[in-house]
Design a protein around this ligand. Structure first.
Ligand SMILES: *[C@@H]1O[C@H](CO)[C@@H](O)[C@H](O)[C@H]1NC(C)=O
Ligand SMILES: *[C@@H]1O[C@H](CO)[C@@H](O)[C@H](O)[C@H]1NC(C)=O
Ligand SMILES: *[C@@H]1O[C@H](CO)[C@@H](O)[C@H](O)[C@H]1NC(C)=O
Ligand SMILES: *[C@@H]1O[C@H](CO)[C@@H](O)[C@H](O)[C@H]1NC(C)=O
Ligand SMILES: *[C@@H]1O[C@H](CO)[C@@H](O)[C@H](O)[C@H]1NC(C)=O
Ligand SMILES: *[C@@H]1O[C@H](CO)[C@@H](O)[C@H](O)[C@H]1NC(C)=O
Ligand SMILES: *[C@@H]1O[C@H](CO)[C@@H](O)[C@H](O)[C@H]1NC(C)=O
Length: 259
């Protein structure tokens, strides 16, 4: 996903820029970073530089929606360390991703910044309005639903409160509905930068519960047959993911030096 942020309203621009030094994360497309290692720990079968979680892959036109619920982790670490937890459609072989979730990162003052975001990649990411505030420990339900190939809705619900926000999204990049994924991402924030991916923050264990994808005609899909995805950087495994019938568990297993 390409987290180059475009705030929803112009008035959000200033606060958003001041709030987060990681303003323009970069997407590394899933398949370009993917490599397969069969003797991987924890049964992980597909490694990427930046994605950990699970992905369903089917023929075109299979998926039109996805949902998942997770607890926003409490994190600590150096300035700039962070991660994003999101659900999306078409992060596989297709050249677009319709996705939404929560980014959490460490600001220059050392505090944790949480932002609800959505993106129809390669269109830029957008931040939900500032009044949708998220704290560590909040239980967040994220749903992405395409009504047709170029438009849809994203809904973020705070199940701890509860509050919800819905945004309509349109794009000129037609979805193909070929994959659905639940991902923790080590995002990069400067789309023009060739610098290394910033440190993945130690997010502990993040579980996407009530994980379900949907397709035309109200068809639903669980996690059977999902590919497990893990993050490997410079030969080091940073995550350990697993799935059961309705949840995706992603555990940080990297160096603890960044917390
Ligand atoms: C990953 O998970 C598997 C299965 O739960 C476990 O056997 C393995 O020790 C874990 N690896 C790490 C590095 O935590
Ligand atoms: C946030 O602000 C938007 C726009 O002003 C408003 O429509 C929405 O109801 C507000 N949401 C909350 C949770 O206050
Ligand atoms: C998450 O939100 C979607 C859409 O609003 C809803 O259909 C689903 O039941 C919610 N899931 C949970 C666990 O609350
Ligand atoms: C897709 O749905 C949106 C919103 O309902 C609508 O405005 C748009 O015309 C539709 N596009 C197509 C190609 O059907
Ligand atoms: C979610 O609920 C918790 C607990 O009430 C609250 O602290 C937090 O601000 C809420 N977040 C949103 C986005 O409403
Ligand atoms: C799936 O859709 C994509 C994007 O429209 C297209 O490039 C690809 O050829 C399609 N694949 C199949 C098997 O139809
Ligand atoms: C899908 O579910 C909605 C709401 O329950 C229902 O109105 C609609 O008829 C269903 N569509 C199909 C194709 O079953």
């Amino acid at each position: 996903m390409l987290f180059s942020f475009v705030p929803i309203a112009t008035f959000l621009l200033v606060s958003a820029v001041l709030a987060d030094p990681r303003r323009e994360p970069r997407h590394s497309h899933f398949n370009t970073a993917e490599k397969h290692i069969n003797d991987a720990p924890g049964g992980v079968i597909s490694w990427t530089e930046i994605w950990a979680g699970a992905q369903l892959q089917q023929s075109n036109g299979t998926f039109s929606s996805i949902t998942g619920t997770f607890t926003v982790p409490g994190i600590s670490g150096p300035t700039g360390a962070g991660a994003a937890a999101w659900v999306g459609i078409d992060g596989g072989a297709c050249n677009m991703i319709f996705q939404a979730g929560v980014m959490f990162s460490i600001t220059s003052t050392g505090s944790q910044l949480n932002q609800a975001v959505y993106e129809w990649y390669p269109d830029p990411a957008r931040v939900f309005p500032d009044n949708f505030t998220i704290a560590a420990g909040d239980v967040i339900n994220v749903t992405v639903s395409a009504s047709n190939a170029t438009s849809g809705l994203v809904t973020v619900q705070n199940l701890s409160n509860p509050q919800s926000a819905t945004q309509p999204v349109q794009s000129s990049y037609a979805l193909c509905g070929q994959s659905a994924e639940w991902i923790v991402e080590d995002y990069q924030f400067d789309s023009s930068s060739t610098s290394p991916v910033p440190p993945l923050v130690n997010f502990g264990t993040l579980v996407f519960r009530h994980a379900q994808a949907g397709g035309p005609g109200n068809q639903t899909f669980g996690l059977q047959g999902a590919t497990i995805v893990g993050i490997e950087q410079n030969g080091q495994y940073l995550t350990n993911a697993s799935v059961d019938a309705s949840s995706v568990t992603v555990k940080y297993v990297g160096p603890t030096g960044n917390d």
